[in-house]
Design a protein around this ligand. Structure first.
Ligand code: NDP
Length: 312
């Protein structure tokens, strides 16, 4: 394996976690190199308005916010590059990351912030109306549908949590569950079942999301009776799980069953010294831009401490 470059601090991923790590690592003099990955800016580039990120008093468009993050990291001196990490080798003291199936980079410290991707149903209408009432984040977008009727698909803890969140904002939440039971924990299920403005459609699958320019209704089919039903709604939330972008790290890093990288509680330390994980790659519970940014900051501070100890 031929190494083409050696850096002190390498950051993989360009969501709030990666850029925040780059800001802190640059200011600490670690001369970070950041590779942006397949979707520069991450999941926020597919959302519309962000109103819950502190500091943007008037709200901000997700893509614009990520441009701001990138500019700030660049201004601090981060070397931001377009490229995708395709392979890693964390077996030695110095870590190696391959970019674009080609060049290998050696780094003393690596910060992983490759995020997670929401799972989608895979319907044409879901893709077409994404950002026009279709969303994979109730906490991000629920507020735009205040006092409106909305639908949510999914039956895990995320769907239950998001349905409860929406029930406080929206007039009615239509929850579409594909089996006759929920996967969510009993306590969450009970909360959902006890909430008067959440209506559950058991054994139902989404056939189509209806609407030309924005979501107007959802067409569902009962998979026991084959009955088809159209429910008028202003938004359609997809909460069928996320997939952390961790496949290439599997041979080296400890992960949970779903593939989220395990970190030492209260830190961003992974099981490999000098490899740190931040953002949604290691967080299946909070998954917010601000929490991702927080752990990005932690990762840079952890890396700085690690490199300092290595030198002395
Ligand atoms: P899960 O994988 O637990 O649940 C996904 C849900 O989506 C399941 O009910 C599944 O149905 C349903 N689903 C999947 N594909 C489809 C489809 N094509 N059509 C319709 N429904 C579909 O994901 P979550 O994001 O809910 O949770 C992930 C992990 O994070 C879990 O371990 C969860 O406990 C945890 N979590 C914990 C929280 C907390 O502690 N506060 C909050 C949020 C998550 P089916 O059941 O039929 O397979």
């Amino acid at each position: 394996m031929e190494t083409n470059e050696k850096v002190q601090c390498l950051i993989i991923g360009s969501g709030p976690a990666g850029y925040t790590a780059a800001i802190y690592a640059s200011r600490a003099g670690l001369k970070p190199v950041l590779y942006q990955g397949i979707q520069p800016g991450g999941q926020l580039t597919i959302t519309t308005e962000v109103e819950n990120y502190p500091g943007y008093a008037d709200g901000v468009q997700g893509p614009d916010m990520m441009v701001d993050f990138e500019k700030q990291a660049a201004r601090m001196g981060a070397d931001i590059r377009f490229g995708v990490a395709t392979k890693v080798d964390f077996s030695g003291d110095v870590h190696k990351v391959q970019i674009d199936d080609d060049k290998w980079i050696e780094a003393d410290a690596v910060i992983l912030s490759t995020g997670a991707s929401a799972k989608w149903l895979g319907l044409e209408s879901e893709e077409r109306l994404n950002g026009y009432g279709v969303s994979a984040c109730a906490v991000c977008d629920g507020f735009f549908f205040k006092e409106k009727e909305v639908a949510i698909v999914g039956a895990g803890d995320t769907a239950a949590e998001e349905a409860l969140y929406l029930s406080k904002i929206c007039s009615k939440v239509h929850m579409i569950v594909r089996r006759d039971e929920m996967r969510a924990s009993k306590v969450m299920q009970n909360r959902v079942l006890k909430t008067p403005n959440i209506k559950i459609y058991w054994n139902c699958e989404t056939e189509e999301i209806l609407g030309d320019k924005k979501v107007e209704a959802v067409k569902i089919k009962n998979n026991k009776t084959n009955e088809i039903q159209e429910i008028p709604v202003s938004a359609f939330f997809v909460a069928i799980g996320h997939k952390p972008n961790s496949d290439i790290f599997k041979p080296f890093l400890e992960m949970d069953d779903a593939g989220y990288v395990k970190t030492k509680p209260g830190s961003t330390l992974t099981n490999i010294a000098g490899v740190f994980a931040a953002g949604d790659l290691q967080d299946k519970v909070y998954r917010q831009a601000v929490t991702a940014a927080g752990t990005g900051c932690m990762a840079a501070l952890d890396a700085e401490r690690y490199l300092g100890a290595k030198e002395s």
